[in-house]
Design a binder for this molecule. Sequence first.
Ligand code: GLT
Ligand code: MN
Ligand code: MN
Length: 383
Amino acid sequence: MYTPQPSDRFTFGLWTTGNRGRDPFGSEVRPVLSPVDNVELLASIGAYGVNFHDNDLLPIDATPAEREQILRDFEAALSRTGLKVPMVTVNLFSEPVFRDGAFTSHSKQVRQYAVHKAMASMDVGARLGAEVFVLWGGREGSEVDAGKDPRDALKWYREGVDFLCEYALDRGYKMRLALEAKPNEPRGDIFLPTTGAMLGFIATLQHPEMVGVNPEFAHEVMAGLNFVHQVAQALDAGKLFHIDLNDQKGPRFDQDLRFGAENIKSAFFLVKLLEDAGYTGMRHFDAHALRTEDASGVRAFAEGCMRTYLILKEKAQRFHKDAEIAGILSELSAMNEQGALVYSTAEAQRVASLAFDRHAHAAVGLGYEKLDQLVMELLLGVR
Ligand code: GLT
Ligand code: MN
Ligand code: MN
């Protein structure tokens, strides 16, 4: 019942199961996992697809012949296993040239190189059938506000994203862009730090219809926000093109923990939201195994992400079938029986002359304590 199937649309990045456990204070603890072996691993545990940054697969200095050979070997592994590539992204953060931003660098040459690198990644994605192109602007930010007018940064960022949209259209790629927010790390402050900020920015683009968001659980928790609410806003705007599932202990450094490892209630309401909304996109895990783990721990980590999602999906179905929960929810929805607020002059006159007993309305409890306890008991397995 909790065994993942490709139809569950679970995906991982090459950088997730391939993560070698390096952190700012210590070096790698696990050996290299080649892209082909990574594909074999993901297929063996029931994933649907694999995503990657250009340089997770193709070394930055590879010759055209080397790139072609790597791509052919990778394609052979994909067709052997049936794994798909639903998303690709571009690494605009590791190279020293991006130390003060890629799309938001002062230098037009650097901004041009960022676009050049992104276009090449889009070409690879199109070749492998990817329909989503993620942009995470990890270096698009600052420590020193004197160094750059943030309005210039936003203008340059917009030029870069607009350029890539035009490129996709020009090449006839069936590819939409998904912008991923993060409040900080590696920069002191990253521009467009939350999913809500990204949504505001998207409205200023030349092709807003081609651009959506890729919210990450850990990143919104780092900003002290309710991830479920961020995702709901993206869904409401028709902009949830992709999602990065993982977990995070509070507003600290980015931990990319196994999905459901920490904030189980938020994870539950997230799964419930995605399932209730009929979200058809990928359930992508952007997380990695703890530094304590070897290859079998990496497998346990990846299996755990998917298994927890499926357990929470089943809990969401129980939530809907639970008579006591349904009773409280129907009392709440009865309060909405008069329907939507819609303006007309006559309606405004009617509302203006309303006699309303605010004390009587404020005196009735909403039953949230009981409801929340029922949810807790459902999650704890005693209902
Ligand atoms: C990097 C980052 C992630 C992004 C990846 C896509 S790269 O691992 O921490 O949150 O989703 O660029
Ligand atoms: Mn991410
Ligand atoms: Mn992260």
